[in-house]
Write a protein that binds this ligand. Structure first.
Ligand SMILES: [Mn+2]
Length: 407
């Protein structure tokens, strides 16, 4: 039985706007948070003497982190090398240059020949010798168009057609890896990808462009004993039968407010051929608090805000306060008083939201009293919504279909 620590989406160097400079170290406090949290994952790997560490990708916010951020990451992983714990570093989308293969920020570990370290920057099966026997790890880094396809092959194709072609190639390539597996050795697929059934929070609605997704059927195979994923920041098991487990451990720290309500952690796995057991291990990370307070009807808005803040768990949290207020009552707010009340927070933003007593202004060209064709109305609406440009054609096509059905 092989004992594994599986973690992912470290994103070290993210979210500096949620921190402040620590005068004693000169470092952003959010970098210190991420370093501390990664340190606790590595502590656990050492304390349990795991046989293998799997990192699911996205080490930094981009492919070229500043040296002090890269060093903060390296100083933690170095502890695994010192204890001769084999480690696989998978390349995620954030680790890649936009138009090139590989990842300088992770490939340096291979270039330096760090003992026991494997960089997963191509689809390849690594047979890794651990203290408790061999393991096969199929590394499946983030795929982009240029990974498996050439330019002439994709010329003139729509994005959906490119994704279809990419998926065909992946199927064949993965099958090739599977056929070469030793059926007596525990096998893990380590992939940085968006699986078809991955549930995720607010990101889902923000991801306007349809990205490349991989059907779950490609991941649930009897040849795999455990599927270790990275990319989605919310922890989940995608396989209801748990055979094999298909696990996103999620990010180790909250990267932004979309992860406010998510538990953060890593996964401990015990795997043998034909069987895997796993456990999600929560990490105590800094809390994020969104406070939306409506004081538009309050007689003393300041008092209501202060009283509400006193009841909320804002101590040491990253807080964003927004309050609804009428424009004529703005002078009832004392910003210094709010700042004072928010001072137990780690960091905070204050956003007043003005509510008018009048009805919301409408789009003028959709004036009242004119009868207008629903499709025309939608077109006019979309012309005023720059943010929906990318899906405008899809929305119109869907509307046309709906309207036809109706007739
Ligand atoms: Mn990612």
């Amino acid at each position: 039985m092989v004992k594994i620590l599986h973690l992912s989406d470290i994103h070290m160097g993210s979210g500096f706007s949620h921190g402040r400079i620590n005068p004693e170290t000169g470092l952003n406090t959010r970098l210190e948070d991420f370093m501390g949290t990664l340190g606790r994952c590595i502590d656990r790997a050492l304390a349990e003497s795991v046989d293998l560490v799997l990192f699911g990708g996205d080490a930094f916010p981009d492919a070229t982190p500043p040296p002090y951020v890269a060093e903060a990451f390296a100083s933690q992983f170095r502890r695994l090398a010192e204890r001769q714990i084999p480690t696989v570093l998978l390349v995620g989308n954030h680790d890649r240059y936009s138009q090139a293969q590989g990842s300088a920020s992770l490939c340096i570990y291979r270039t330096l020949g760090v003992p026991g370290f494997v960089v997963g920057d191509s689809l390849h099966t690594h047979r890794i010798a651990t203290r408790n026997g061999d393991v096969q790890v199929i590394a499946l880094p983030w795929l982009s168009k240029s990974t498996l396809l050439t330019r002439p092959e994709t010329e003139g194709l729509s994005l959906a057609e490119v994704h279809e072609l990419l998926l065909d190639r992946l199927r064949v390539a993965l099958e090739g890896e599977i056929r070469q597996l030793d059926s007596n050795v525990p096998t893990i697929l380590l992939g940085h990808l968006m699986a078809d059934k991955a549930r995720f929070g607010a990101e889902r609605y923000l991801a306007v462009s349809k990205g490349f997704t991989i059907p779950l059927s490609l991941l649930i195979r009897p040849e795999f004993d455990y599927v270790a994923l990275g990319h989605v920041h919310k922890h989940q098991n995608l396989n209801p039968t748990n055979d094999p487990p298909v696990i996103y451990p999620g990010s180790i720290e909250r990267v932004d407010f979309s992860e406010e309500k998510e538990e953060k952690g890593y996964v401990m796995v015990e795997v043998e051929r034909g069987r895997a057991t796993w456990e999600f291990c929560p990490l105590a990370v800094r809390s994020f608090q969104t406070l939306s307070i409506d004081v538009s009807d309050a007689e003393d808005p300041q008092a209501v805000l202060i009283a509400t803040l006193a009841k909320k768990p804002i101590a040491d949290a990253v807080v964003r306060l927004s309050y609804k207020i009428r424009p004529d009552r703005l002078d009832a707010i004392d910003l210094n008083g709010l700042r004072e009340a928010l001072s137990p927070a780690h960091s905070y933003t204050i956003q007043p939201e003005l509510v008018s007593q009048l009805a919301k202004p409408r789009i003028p060209s959709l004036g009242i009293g004119r009868s207008i064709d629903p499709l025309e109305a939608l077109k006019t609406y979309l012309e005023n919504r720059e943010d929906l440009k990318e899906i405008e054609a899809d929305l119109l096509a869907a509307a046309r279909e709906l309207l036809t059905v109706d007739n």
